[in-house]
Structures are given as structure tokens and as C-alpha cells.
Design a protein around this ligand. Structure first.
Ligand SMILES: Nc1ncnc2c1ncn2[C@@H]1O[C@H](COP(=O)(O)OP(=O)(O)O)[C@@H](O)[C@H]1O
Ligand SMILES: [Mg+2]
Length: 332
């Protein structure tokens, strides 16, 4: 049982609303129980405390301080937490990228060992590449493989809606990075990494970028920070040396298209003997577009009460995606 002193300290911190102290006393109680040989209770207590910390970090970023007149829902969009189950086998990649990810996972799994030798495991990553090539999926896969939460930070909404408050919000994000181990994913990073685009106030964007540079430089936590962008050419040069790894994503090539189609059509592809023509038809499309075409082909088959897709189903849906793609990606 917890000591009388611990119970008093718990009550006192609860009454004064000092959450940080409350959780630290709770940790002492857990440690105390572990020492007494109450292993199961200690584990349960620690899990409850960890969950409370995650909850608090999410709260800190999404809720406090609520600007007057700003609906909470919009603030909540800045920071979303999830517990992805995705694994490396769910993503199809060029071998060199897969090797890079495996290496990151290995270093993370040996985090303490590497740190004990005075070295730093890779944990600040920049993912570069066109839409639909697996950047967001990579963040999920890393979270799934490492069993840690994924916090998605939406920088575009952070900046456009809260000009002037962005640096303060960023501070809160980095506080969470320090306090709760997780993957912190800065999607559409060019929103702050460049001076173009959203910058109707260039000075403000510059200030935000400078705070980001400072915060990422100072960060020595055990979290992973992942930035993703479709526009590396717009990024400020000072950013690049702050990251441990740059990973470049591209459209799938022939063997990757075949692998993706086989995996997405699994269970429905028994009529397809040769994949070459189909893969050829998919060239120029992203992984996301090919995935959608495969799903559309399966839906067509289901609607017509067929238990497998035909080659034509897939070819037609890829063709549809292609014309959609060229309409929407016309060179300007
Ligand atoms: N490399 C990939 N391997 C397998 N599926 C992929 C890959 N890239 C994208 N997809 C599919 O497309 C969807 C959207 O991809 P996403 O990771 O959001 O792309 P990005 O973040 O690069 O724009 C994914 O959820 C997945 O279904
Ligand atoms: Mg994405």
C-alpha cells in the first residue's frame, strides 16, 4: 500500500490542481509497489499514469489556451492522436527506402543502448515526395512498428488561422514531444518551411520558421519528429541540417505497381494471369491512385455479383484514374 505521506501528497496535489505533481507522486507510488513485489499493480499504475500523460499532452495542444471566439473543434484539428496498427508489410517501397525505414526502427528499438554509448538514434526525419506516395502511411507504420502513439500536427491550419499565436502553439507541440514519446508528424511542412504559399505576412512566417528551427535543434527527447512535404524546392535551406534523414518518395515503378495491385486485389485476382499490361497501364499514377483504382475494380465486381475482378475491370479503372489525373495535374 501507498504510505501515509504519499496519500497526503496525492490529496494535496489534487486539491491544488497540480496535475504534474499528482502524476509524479503517483509514479512514486508505482515504484513503491514494484519494490514491495506488487509487480502487476505497479504495471497497472504506470499504464494509467502514461495514459493520463498522453491525455494531458493532447489536451494541452488542442484545448489550452482556447482563443476567445474560436471554436474548439478547429483547434482540435491542429493535433490529432491515434494508435495505428500499420506494419512495414502494409507499405510497398523501393528497396532503398525500405532499408532506411528498417534501420530507423532498429535504432529506435535499441534506443537506450545507443544513448548509453553517447550516440543519437535517428529520430528527426524529412519525407519528401508527391502526394499519394506513402509519406503519411510511413508515419503510421513507424508508430505501429514501435507501438507508440501518432500525433499529427496540421501546420497549414495552425498558420492560416492563428497568425501571431503560431510560435506559442509550436512551443506546446514541442512540450508534448518532450513529455510523451510518440511520432510527431508535421504534414504539409512547406507551410512553415518556406516563405512562399501561405505567406501573406512573410515576417510572421519567418518568425515561425525560426522558432521551429530553434525548437527542433534543442529537442533531445525520445520522440520521433517527422516532417512531410511535396515541395522540397520551397524549403528553407537552414532546415536540412536539422534532420537526421531525408527520405525521398516517388511514384511506383513497374515491379512496385505489380506488388501493390496484387496486394490490393488479394482474394479477387484469380482471373488475372499476367500483370504486365495492367502494371503498364498504372504507370504515372501514385500508390494512392492505384489503390483507389483497385478498390473500384473490386466494387464493380461485387456489384455485378462476380467473385473476382477481370483484367478489363482493372485496366478500365486505371484508365479512369489516369484521365482524372491528367485533368487535375495539367502542367501550368
Ligand atoms: N507506398 C505505398 N504502399 C502502399 N500503399 C500506399 C503507398 N503510398 C500510398 N498508399 C496508399 O495510399 C493511401 C494514401 O497515401 P499517403 O500515405 O496518405 O500519401 P502521402 O502522405 O504521401 O500523400 C495510403 O493510405 C495507402 O492506402
Ligand atoms: Mg500525406
Amino acid at each position: 500500500m501507498a504510505s501515509a505521506e504519499q496519500i497526503k501528497a496525492l490529496l494535496k496535489s489534487h486539491i491544488s490542481g497540480d496535475d504534474t505533481h499528482f502524476l509524479s507522486v503517483a509514479m512514486q507510488v508505482a515504484a513503491h509497489e514494484a519494490k514491495l513485489g506488487h509487480g502487476k499493480l505497479a504495471v497497472d499504475l504506470r499504464a494509467m499514469i502514461d495514459a493520463a500523460k498522453i491525455h494531458r499532452a493532447t489536451d494541452a495542444v488542442t484545448r489550452k489556451p482556447t482563443p476567445i471566439g474560436q471554436p474548439r473543434g478547429e483547434l482540435a484539428n491542429l493535433f490529432e492522436v491515434s494508435y495505428p496498427q500499420a506494419r512495414l508489410s502494409d507499405i510497398i517501397l523501393e528497396q532503398s527506402i525500405e532499408d532506411q525505414l528498417k534501420r530507423i526502427i532498429k535504432e529506435q528499438r535499441n534506443f537506450a543502448k545507443i544513448r548509453d554509448h553517447g550516440l543519437h538514434p535517428r529520430r528527426k526525419l524529412m519525407l519528401i515526395g508527391p502526394p499519394g506516395t506513402g509519406k503519411t502511411l510511413t508515419a503510421s507504420v513507424l508508430a505501429g512498428e514501435l507501438g507508440i502513439p501518432l500525433f499529427v500536427v496540421r501546420l497549414d491550419s495552425l498558420i492560416t488561422k492563428y497568425m501571431g499565436e503560431t510560435a506559442a502553439k509550436l512551443r506546446q507541440v514541442f512540450d508534448a514531444v518532450r513529455d510523451v514519446r510518440g511520432i510527431y508528424f508535421f504534414d504539409e511542412f512547406d507551410a512553415i518551411g518556406s516563405q512562399r504559399g501561405l505567406a501573406n505576412d512573410v515576417g510572421e512566417i519567418r518568425r515561425v520558421l525560426n522558432s521551429f528551427l530553434q525548437m527542433i535543434e534543442q529537442d533531445e527527447s525520445s520522440s520521433l519528429i517527422i516532417a512531410a512535404t511535396n515541395h522540397p524546392e520551397a524549403l528553407d535551406f537552414a532546415l536540412f541540417r536539422r534532420f537526421d534523414d531525408m527520405i525521398e518518395y516517388g511514384l511506383p515503378s513497374h515491379p512496385q505497381i505489380v506488388a501493390l495491385l496484387k496486394s490490393r486485389l488479394a482474394g479477387y485476382s484469380k482471373l488475372i494471369k499476367r500483370w504486365d499490361d495492367i502494371a503498364h497501364q498504372g504507370e504515372g499514377l501514385s500508390y494512392a491512385e492505384i489503390t483507389r483504382a483497385a478498390e473500384a475494380a473490386i466494387k464493380d465486381a461485387i456489384i455485378h455479383n462476380r467473385d473476382a475482378v477481370s483484367k478489363d475491370d482493372v485496366m478500365r479503372n486505371l484508365e479512369d484514374r489516369k484521365s482524372f489525373h491528367s485533368r487535375n495535374h495539367a502542367p501550368s
